[in-house]
Write a protein that binds this ligand. Structure first.
Ligand SMILES: [Zn+2]
Length: 263
């Protein structure tokens, strides 16, 4: 069954069934989306729209209310962000783009970008957006820009002072570029072991309003005022498997084993 017919199948017969099992608040992050998956991507968002999820910014997402909310985000400066952000805007969807200020195409050397994509373990399209692209994503496509550190290092693997510089300089630089305060942060690599309480407090001190992680299976966690638990959408696995990942309630598992219940 191809993706389209799966969507139709689900839309026509299974809406109620699916509705029952999803958490009310769903935060998904995407890696790069190749252009041949753009239609699938929009279909995914429409699928949740059909289930009455409203696509929101991070501030609305962490508000305590009984609304069904979907928070969509991207990390890591991929060149395709230009197309993705435009496509989202055309469909009236808002997303948050967590950006590394060291990896813009107009300031980073080829060598730097090779190291960068090695760090994030991505091997396909080794291009990144420029500063002007970021302005377009923010101003013309009307999305939210978030911080993601300067260089995408493991913040727990470097000295505390260096880690806070990574966070602070990134925020300041992005604010200069888009000429607007940056309120939302996601830390590199996303799992619990790559961040700590001191850094979380530091983010609060410099006026970050939310901090995103990438700890899967935690969408049933009560919304905290500050932390956003995100689950990855993986285009290498099928649609149903991704939906099942969203439905995993890994709270107990995680507390017992400090490990992800997914993959
Ligand atoms: Zn990242």
């Amino acid at each position: 069954m191809n993706t389209k017919s799966i969507f139709n199948f689900i839309r026509s017969f299974h809406l109620k069934f699916f509705l029952k099992d999803f958490p009310d608040n769903i935060a998904i992050y995407f890696h790069n989306i190749e252009s041949n998956r753009f239609n699938d991507f929009i279909d995914i968002l429409k699928f949740f729209n059909d289930l009455n999820y409203k696509i929101v910014d991070p501030s609305s997402y962490v508000k305590k209310d009984n609304k069904k909310k979907l928070f969509i985000s991207f990390d890591d400066n991929y060149y395709n962000w230009i197309k993705i952000s435009e496509l989202l805007a055309k469909n009236d969807f808002k997303a948050t783009f967590y950006t590394n200020s060291g990896a813009f195409s107009d300031i980073a050397t080829k060598e730097y970008l090779n190291d960068y994509f090695n760090r994030i373990n991505y091997k396909k399209d080794l291009r990144t957006i420029s500063k002007n692209h970021l302005i377009t994503i923010y101003k013309d496509h009307n999305h939210i820009i978030g911080g993601h550190t300067v260089n995408h290092f493991n913040l727990n693997g470097i000295k505390y002072q260096n880690a806070i510089n990574e966070i602070y300089e990134n925020k300041i630089h992005l604010e200069e570029i888009i000429n607007h305060p940056i309120y939302h942060f996601s830390y590199p690599f996303g799992m619990r072991r790559y961040f700590n309480e001191n850094l979380r407090n530091y983010c609060k001190e410099i006026n970050y309003k939310t901090v995103c992680n990438a700890i899967p299976g935690q969408l049933f966690n009560k919304i905290h005022n500050y932390d956003i638990y995100r689950t990855m959408w993986d285009f290498n696995i099928d649609f149903i498997s991704n939906l099942n990942n969203i439905k995993v309630d890994g709270r107990l598992f995680h507390n017992l084993f400090q490990k992800s219940p997914i993959g």
